[in-house]
Design a binder for this molecule. Structure first.
Ligand code: PAF
Length: 273
């Protein structure tokens, strides 16, 4: 595995390579969820590139940019053992200059739900993903469904800007107790983690309601909110796969999303129905 810090050097090295490139963009603190993305990339492509970059432009003032877990050595081992060919580890100074061109998230779908709780967050995500795609020029790029809104906005960017990359959505991996895997789970105390399990409980209840043919979005939300009461709930939203509001669950075309804060940790989860 080759570790590369310079964007221009990586661009040059990859241009000299033959075959398809599977790309997994991450912010590090890699867990089994990331490994499943790397494994999928390994299976379907000739080369695998992973990036680790805690992107400052997607953090709002006062968020956890400085505290975000950084595990350089452990992450390198994970990548090496997972058969990664190139690990891209840039510094912020190499990724951003002064007075830059940047991308804006779409004014509706980029500013609802997580985009409403964190205004501007998705513009930072799209700007960095665009830069990373231009550096790596991947055939396929792998993103987790846990960040469903991010996934939808990246798919939208790729379509709107006529980009040559296939986005591959990957299922959410969960801890034994059902908590969705996330690098931020390390922030949770034992009690906060216990409380965080209300999120998966609420999503499972919603699924059971749908299985019993309760398709009214308002009734499902009501049940979920009752379960989530001990947490600081940012939103419980039920939308179709284009992220438009719906009144009735449409099987095969619905996502139920939750964002809630346990202690000081923002947790996202969702179920695709
Ligand atoms: O999901 C993430 O880890 C980040 O938002 C991403 C896509 C790597 C962009 O910084």
């Amino acid at each position: 595995m080759r570790v590369v810090h310079s964007p221009l050097e990586l661009k040059k090295l990859l241009k000299e390579e033959q075959g398809t490139i599977g790309f997994v963009p991450t912010m590090g603190a890699l867990h089994l969820g990331h490994r499943s993305l790397i494994e999928a990339a390994r299976e379907a492509n000739d080369l695998v590139v992973v990036s680790i970059f805690v992107n400052p432009t997607q953090f709002l003032e006062g968020e956890d940019l400085d505290a975000y877990p950084r595990r350089e050595e452990a992450d390198k081992k994970v990548c090496e053992l997972s058969g990664v060919d190139y690990l891209f580890y840039p510094d912020a100074s190499e990724m951003y200059g002064e007075d830059e061109v940047s991308l804006n998230a779409p004014s509706v779908r980029g500013y609802i739900m997580e985009g409403n709780s964190r205004p501007g967050h998705f513009s930072g995500v799209l700007t960095v993903v665009n830069k990373l795609f231009n550096i790596v020029n991947p055939t396929r790029a792998y993103f987790g469904k846990k960040d469903a809104q991010q996934l939808m906005l990246i798919e939208t960017m790729v379509a709107n800007l006529f980009m040559n990359v296939e986005i591959v959505p990957m299922a959410t991996l969960r801890e034994k107790d059902g908590l969705a895997m996330s690098s931020r789970n390390v922030y949770l105390s034992e009690q906060e983690r216990e409380e965080a399990l209300k999120i998966i409980k609420s999503l499972r209840t919603a699924t059971q309601m749908v299985m019993k043919n309760e398709l009214h979005v308002s009734r499902i939300r009501e049940e979920m909110l009752a379960i989530l009461a001990p947490l600081d709930v940012e939103y419980v939203t039920i939308v179709n796969r284009s992220f438009e509001p719906i009144e009735h669950v449409e099987i095969g075309n619905t996502i139920i999303l939750v964002e809630a804060i346990s202690g000081t940790t923002r947790l996202l989860d969702n179920i695709w129905i």
